[in-house]
Ligand binder design. Structure first.
Ligand SMILES: Nc1ncnc2c1ncn2[C@@H]1O[C@H](COP(=O)(O)OP(=O)(O)OP(=O)(O)O)[C@@H](O)[C@H]1O
Length: 485
């Protein structure tokens, strides 16, 4: 990888062996033989996400893993040493509410990158969609509160470690399916924007559009520097979406690099919250797009529709109070993750719990498992075995189906043509990647322990139960210990 020291400096055993030859059968690169590749589960700005199982003989045998394959940058310069250092830092991040990066693999030939994460069966995008489109009723107060508390808890940990997520949105907030961690929230995708040093624009040219719906007003107005407050704005938007099942501010993105004036998105925000004033947000006038805002927007009359109307909460409720503090215009006044965890909303019944996927009564809530496209391999083009049973619950009996017979997600967020939802079953357009035959030299290949695979238990058969207080949560701030977790 050209920068093997990045890991060893962090006390990791980086394997800088540049032997890219294949070993074993099936013409697979050495590192890939640790896994059974099941199929593609998603596509984002930076690449494709695959479901795989650990198959080598260790205690983790059969464990589901999400492997995120990063595209080559447009100029084909691979992964920079700086990016590698960032990634190795991410390996040290460890918190129950943050998805675990379990391994890093590099294709030395073109420096393409594969990150292996713990697999989570659900995400907030799908949970919200399920309630909105399938069951047609709101998410329970207990579940909303438990999801939000855990999201804030993970975020508080990241912020305490000087990591700003920058791209929080429902699909990046994962929720564990069946098992010890059932119903536990895991923040995914943190730190990746920094790796690519592309804060507001994706490198991708695959038609996937980066959503701006969760973007903080200071960024929309051209702020150059991120602070942790941008994440809190996104959490506010997500909180509202959990309550209403609809994105709070659905603006249309202006696509002109770098960081253009996002008129429509700002307009959507101002319609709900009113136009910000210099009195409430004094540093507003220093923002690069403020003048444009004056020209384009200030003439508009914003009849403040009222956030409370949209989320249908009385302004006197703690839930509304917390939400409005998250959606405070001035980032310096916006509530922090640690303050939010202490908010009255979390002190009152129903108290948040560790397993968010149960009702307050303890009854399980069933959500569909992730659809898996078993026809797409790591190259994004060719066919895997046509139909494999997917034992984490994704019993796949076709090319793009889920356990409940659903198809791949319909066009999500602002997904444009080329996103997986519009993918024809035959596969995806290919992109530049050295053939698997050239792959190898997995970084820290011993990073995960493996055993020969056995199928994992059938999914969604066990009754979900609320976990006891204080169960095995790592990294919780001391003041949270008395909570139900
Ligand atoms: N560890 C994981 N386990 C299970 N699914 C995952 C995991 N990480 C990501 N996913 C899923 O894979 C899909 C694509 O994720 P990815 O992060 O690449 O894109 P995104 O979040 O949809 O968009 P973007 O990359 O533009 O932010 C999403 O549905 C996401 O929930």
């Amino acid at each position: 990888m050209g920068d093997g020291n990045a890991g060893s400096n962090r006390g990791l055993s980086t394997n800088t062996n540049t032997n890219n030859s294949n070993s074993g059968s099936n013409n697979k690169p050495e590192w890939l033989q640790q896994y059974d590749l099941i199929g593609k589960i998603g596509e984002g700005t930076y690449g494709l996400v695959f479901l795989a199982r650990i198959k080598l003989p260790t205690t983790n045998r059969g464990k589901s893993i999400a492997i995120k394959k990063f595209k080559q940058s447009k100029d084909g310069d691979g992964v920079s040493p700086t990016a590698i250092r960032e990634i190795m830092l991410l390996r040290e991040i460890s918190h129950e509410n943050v998805v675990k990066l379990v391994n890093v693999h590099i294709n030395h030939a073109d420096m393409s990158l594969y990150l292996a994460f713990d697999y989570a069966e659900h995400d907030l995008y799908e949970i919200i969609r399920h309630h909105r489109d399938k069951v047609n009723h709101a998410i329970s107060h207990y579940t909303v509160k438990s999801l939000l508390w855990q999201l804030l808890n993970g975020l508080n940990y990241l912020h305490s470690n000087w990591i700003i997520h920058r791209d929080l949105k429902p699909s990046n907030i994962l929720v564990m399916g069946e098992g010890d961690e059932q119903g536990v929230v895991k923040i995914a995708d943190f730190g990746l924007a920094r790796i690519y040093q592309a804060p507001l624009r994706p490198l991708s040219d695959n038609g996937v559009v980066v959503t701006i719906w969760y973007r903080a007003p200071e960024l929309l107005l051209g702020a150059k520097h991120y602070t942790s407050a941008v994440d809190m704005w996104a959490v506010g938007c997500i909180f509202a979406e959990l309550l209403t099942l609809k994105p709070l501010f659905q603006g249309a993105e202006v696509k002109a690099p770098p960081n253009p004036f996002q008129l429509d998105q700002l307009d959507k925000i101002f319609k709900v919250l009113g136009h910000p004033t210099l009195e409430k947000w004094p540093t507003l006038e220093n923002l690069p797009h403020w003048q444009q805002d004056l020209q384009h927007i200030q003439g508009h009359k914003y009849d403040n529709t009222g956030l409370y109307n949209i989320v249908r909460l009385s302004t006197k409720t703690p839930a509304y109070d917390l939400l409005s503090r998250m959606l405070e215009y001035d980032p310096r006044k916006r509530i922090t993750a640690s303050q939010a965890l202490e908010h009255e909303y979390f002190q009152m019944e129903p108290l948040p719990g560790r397993n968010a996927l149960v009702c307050q009564t303890g009854e399980k809530v069933n959500y569909p498992t992730r659809p898996v496209d078993t026809t797409t391999d790591f190259e994004g083009t060719t066919s895997l075995q046509p139909s494999q049973p997917v034992s984490s619950g994704n019993t796949v009996s076709g090319s793009i189906t889920g356990a409940h017979g659903g198809t791949m997600r319909p066009v999500p967020r602002q997904m444009a043509v080329g996103g997986m939802q519009r993918m024809p079953p035959q596969g995806m357009p290919s992109y530049n990647l050295t053939s698997q035959a050239a792959m190898g030299g997995g970084m820290n290949p011993g990073g995960i322990q493996m055993q020969r695979g056995v199928p994992s238990q059938a999914h969604q058969q066990q009754q979900l139960r609320r976990k006891d207080p204080g169960m095995g949560m790592s990294g919780y701030p001391p003041q949270q210990k008395s909570r139900r977790f």
